[in-house]
Design a protein. Structure first.
Ligand code: SF4
Ligand code: SF4
Length: 88
């Protein structure tokens, strides 16, 4: 299984308000309470929730539905959508 090609752009961590499943992480402005803006990194990376782990979410909920490559492509569409000004 090829690893998810994350660029570490941090846009998902700065838009946790968009999805119901990640809203609990919102510090109040759409950014995750565990996101370090200066370092562009997760402060709880090793203990981050399952919802932040593409490979774990795949194994837990989506492996019966999609091939890994399909799941990666779907997730990359979400990454790309976060780059659009309407989601900023
Ligand atoms: S938006 Fe996508 S590419 Fe950017 S950090 Fe999140 S998972 Fe990685
Ligand atoms: S817990 Fe970490 S990986 Fe998950 S959204 Fe927050 S900063 Fe990002």
């Amino acid at each position: 299984m090829t690893p998810f090609p994350c660029t570490q752009c941090g846009l998902c961590c700065q838009h946790v308000h968009i999805a119901d499943e990640t809203q609990f992480l919102d510090r109040g402005d759409g950014t995750c309470r565990h996101y370090d803006m200066a370092r562009k990194s997760c402060t709880i990376y090793e203990e981050r929730p399952d919802i932040c782990r593409v490979d774990r979410m795949y194994a837990l909920r989506y492996a019966h539905k999609y091939a890994w490559d399909e799941f990666v492509a779907l997730n990359l569409q979400v990454c790309a959508s976060l780059e659009k000004p309407s989601n900023k």
